[in-house]
Design a protein around this ligand. Structure first.
Ligand code: SF4
Length: 349
């Protein structure tokens, strides 16, 4: 038996025994009986899982599929409702893309997802990874599904010395060499599971690994040091001010512009976010209304491309202004950076 076939058989046999039970997954046994994943559920899960862990994404997945059981239901959801349901998952551009994609599937494809990688890739907001994952898992196409987990497994399995990100094309090619027309959906998920549960980022459990016999990284005695990485530039820091204006039990929110970070979301009014800290005078000069603002401390938040230090100023009373007055109990739907700011120094909330 060729090395590739032996390795594939070993991993697929392991997957048959050990596949994780996931809310969006069809078990290997059911797949053998011909059951296929619902492309809507596979796509939704893949979008949610980008930058989000399985335990964190699962309740969102269950609530989304209960509320919007089909892609056409999701397409009909008002923007604000979907954004509110997404709050807490972060990376809000994904939510906007989700809606754009659902609407394209509903209006241009009669509510049916295209069944090829190319067709899926043409949908708004669907990148190479998501297209490959849906093609493989929902339609059993022999697509090469490569995320960070798979890159890590490939780097270790082949002891790839080239550091990331330069190694990406090589790792993708190595993963592609293992894809065949036999059980492509299970293969993609088996690799994902191996990366998530055995070939883990920090300390791989090589003793439990079904493909350890072929692992070059293991032979070096330092499998966990792969993939090699180029030293990361430090994330830049930005500074801003958030204003928490209350009127009794209500809090003043503003809708952010549709484009840009947290676009279209409700949030506390803020200053610009810039590269230097804000003094008290500067912060008060750009406050949304004149009021007896009090310093309530700072919150820290990390976005993909920068870290944010946000000073929080609070005031109470009646004020004119173009605000969306929202009861305190409605604040849980805010993006987490604003929720943190709203909860800082709870005296006025
Ligand atoms: Fe990963 Fe260890 Fe398996 Fe190699 S033997 S693939 S390093 S878990």
């Amino acid at each position: 038996m060729k090395v590739r076939d032996a390795l594939r058989s070993a991993l697929l046999a392991w997957y048959d025994r050990q596949a994780r039970t996931l809310a969006w997954r069809v078990s290997p046994a059911d797949r053998r009986d011909g059951v296929r994943g619902d492309p809507y559920r596979v796509w939704l899960a893949e979008v949610m899982l980008q930058q989000t862990t399985v335990p964190h994404a699962t309740p969102y997945f269950l609530s989304f599929t209960q509320r919007w059981p089909t892609v056409s239901d999701l397409a009909a959801a008002p923007d604000g409702e979907l954004m509110g349901a997404w709050a807490g998952l972060g990376y809000y551009a994904r939510a906007r893309n989700l809606l754009a994609c659902a609407r394209a599937v509903a209006s241009d494809h009669g509510g049916v997802f295209p069944d090829t990688e190319e067709g899926l890739r043409a949908l708004p907001g669907v990148g190479a990874y998501t297209a490959a994952a849906v093609a493989a898992i929902a339609f059993d196409r022999p697509a090469n599904v490569v995320d960070g987990n798979v890159e890590r497994v490939m780097a270790r399995l082949n002891a790839v010395e080239t550091p990331l990100p330069d190694a990406k094309p090589q790792l993708k090619a190595l993963a592609g060499d293992l894809v065949t027309a036999e059980r492509p959906g299970d293969w993609a998920q088996a690799l994902m599971d191996l990366g998530a549960t055995v070939c883990r980022p920090k300390s791989p459990l090589c003793d439990l690994c079904p493909i350890s016999a072929w692992c070059e990284g293991l032979k070096t005695g330092a499998a966990g040091t792969y993939p090699r990485k180029t030293k990361k530039a430090e994330r830049p820091r930005r500074y801003g001010v958030a204003y928490r204006l209350t009127r009794g039990d209500d809090v003043a929110l503003v809708r952010r512009p549709p484009k840009g970070l947290l676009g279209g979301m409700l949030g506390l009014p803020t200053s610009d976010w810039r590269s230097t800290p804000w003094s008290d005078e500067e912060a008060l000069a750009v406050a949304p209304v004149a009021a007896a603002w009090q310093d309530r401390g700072t919150v820290e938040h990390v976005f993909t491309h920068f870290s944010l230090t946000l000073r929080v100023f609070a005031a109470d009373g009646t004020h004119d202004g173009d605000f969306v007055w929202t009861p305190r109990e409605g604040l849980d739907a805010l993006p987490s950076v604003f929720l943190k700011a709203a909860r800082t120094g709870e005296r006025l909330i």
